[in-house]
Design a protein around this ligand. Structure first.
Ligand code: XUL
Length: 539
């Protein structure tokens, strides 16, 4: 009888589960929120409230998906063989619960669905998520009271960002002081899902905790200055902070009775999707970075020694190994690629064909693709800017969006001192070799593509396995765990084309000039763009 380990990922658009044994993936299953829970009326897993800056989702929907996924898992494998569960959540999103919550959790009756029994337990019915960009005022207030940009970064690991939990909590406190008063506990998506499984309040881990502007990045404790700058009595409304590998307890009787879990199965702290992905693609060493092409595009790397981005664009989070990770995050990821695909009525095959057919450098056509408010660089009012590119030029727009995404990553990741020898690609978009070829050429670095693209769920499964073996004192080190799995996966290496090196070295400068012009009152880039066209495309 094999021991199984489950990793769950509660992401923006779906809940995914991956079950592994000690060396291979046994089963994978996913619940798409829009399709399988249509009663919540979400689009891509989200709802837009007053305006496009206010982006929320439903904490009860995530729990309903959890019950659905356990149903599916129990139809496929012997659920009592699962020895440990850990999980991953979209980062920064906050869940607000009142004083009825813990009691209701402990009294859950397996004869009824959880959602019916927790309905009265939310002091806020919806949860602001990472796509929300409505807290600029609160960001400024918190930054100011922490002593400005550099101090804020030194204390919390990041500048204040609209989507981060602290500014979101402050906004709730300011706009609905009564609701805030009635809030007994505030969870992240990750710690909330762990709480549901545990049957009592679970801790927040150092990986996800670092995305709140509330945790001190040096001491990994709640920071008094940040708490005070955010909202009154906040410390008593937050769960404790713990290491990501912490065993938080056993699964609650509700799930044992309803789905047949082993009562001795252990639960490991949940973390954010990016820290989980770090492990899921095997980044436990220096010199490696990953790009994740999903609802958000992210670029991240493992970091042994704390190194902060004092310019304020990047973040430092805790890594599941207990070390650190660097990250930059884009909102104009897969949804922006889809905007172009839909505008021209393409499917992905056609999109790829056009990408392959168009020349690197795009004949000097540049797009700044802010279809949605952007995080890096900060753009609050979405607008798409085109240079030398007609809105209706299909090929130019297809290549334009992909080049823009990786030129921007190359430009804004320069603070990360680790220079990658290899880039690991993950996330739904990473199945597309033609997209990855553009990335390889722009970074002039080989890109490794895995056949498992759900690295957050896989990372959570690895974390549950690792903590379980540590618990039964058969400790396996990270290297053994990740190499066993990742070496058994078929990976494809996409090699950069050297002939495109000089072109992209220059194009990244041109791209910056376009950004400077639009966002920082810089000089008109037209002269430079024409020189670029002249040099590479006049024949
Ligand atoms: C990271 C971020 C996103 C979310 C969504 O800072 O905001 O990557 O975690 O998955």
């Amino acid at each position: 009888m094999s021991d199984y380990f489950l990793g769950l990922d509660c992401s923006t658009q779906s809940l995914t589960g991956i079950i592994v044994d000690s060396s291979s993936i046994i089963y994978k299953v996913s619940i798409n929120f829009d399709k399988e829970l249509p009663q919540y009326n979400t689009t891509n897993g989200i709802i837009i409230l007053e305006n496009e800056k206010v982006v929320h989702s439903f904490p009860l929907m995530w729990v309903e998906a959890l019950e659905l996924i356990f149903d599916k898992i129990s139809n496929h494998i012997s659920i009592e063989n699962i020895k440990a569960i850990s999980g991953s959540g979209q980062q920064h999103g906050t869940v607000y619960l009142n004083n009825k919550f813990e009691h209701a959790l402990q009294a859950l009756n397996p004869k009824d669905a959880i959602i019916n029994q927790l309905k009265g337990c939310f002091s806020r019915q919806t949860s602001p998520i990472w796509m929300d960009s409505s807290t600029t005022r609160q960001c400024e207030e918190i930054r100011k009271s922490l002593g400005g940009l550099k101090e804020t970064i030194k204390i919390t690991g990041s500048n204040t960002f609209e989507r981060f939990s602290g500014p979101q909590i402050r906004k709730f406190y300011q706009e609905n002081p009564e609701g805030y008063l009635q809030t007994s506990i505030i969870h992240l998506v990750s710690s909330y899902m762990a709480t549901i499984l545990l049957g009592k309040n679970a801790p927040i881990d150092h990986g996800d905790g670092a995305g709140m502007n509330l945790m001190n990045i040096q001491t990994k404790q709640w920071d008094n200055r940040a708490l005070n700058a955010t909202a009154p009595n906040l410390r008593e409304k937050l769960p404790p902070l713990r290491d990501s590998y912490n065993i938080i307890g056993k699964i609650s009787p509700y799930f044992i009775k309803k789905f047949g879990f082993d009562p001795d199965m252990i639960l490991v702290a949940w973390s954010g999707d990016n820290p989980n992905s770090l492990i899921g693609v095997g980044l436990i060493d220096k010199g490696k970075v990953a790009i994740s092409l999903g609802t958000s595009d992210t670029y991240f790397g493992y970091m042994k020694k704390l190194h902060l981005d004092l310019s304020g664009e990047g973040h430092v989070f805790g890594a599941p190994t207990g070390d650190y990770m660097s990250l930059i995050c884009y909102k104009n990821g897969s949804l922006a690629r889809e905007k172009i695909k839909e505008k021209f009525n393409l499917n992905w095959d056609k999109f790829s064909e056009l990408l392959k057919r168009s020349p690197p450098g795009n004949n000097g056509k540049v797009i700044l693709p802010y279809f949605f408010p952007e995080i890096v660089p900060l753009v609050l009012e979405p607008k798409v800017y085109r240079f030398g590119l007609n809105e209706n030029d299909i090929e130019g727009n297809v290549r334009g969006i992909i080049e823009a995404q990786f030129l921007s990553m190359r430009l804004h990741s320069q603070w990360i001192s680790e220079k990658p020898q290899d880039i690991y690609a993950t996330g739904g978009g990473s199945v597309n070799n033609d997209i990855l070829q553009v990335a390889a050429d722009i970074f002039q670095t080989p890109i490794r593509q895995f056949n498992i693209t759900d690295s957050a769920a896989l990372g959570a499964a690895f974390r549950s396995l690792k903590s379980y073996y540590d618990f039964i004192k058969k400790g396996k080190n990270w290297n053994i765990i990740v190499s066993k799995f990742l070496n058994s996966q078929s990976t494809i290496e996409i090699t950069p084309k050297l002939k495109n090196r000089d072109l992209y070295d220059e194009m990244v400068i041109l791209y910056k000039k376009c950004e400077d012009y639009i966002l920082r009152n810089g000089e008109d880039p037209e002269f430079m763009r024409k020189q670029f066209v002249e040099k590479y495309f006049s024949s």
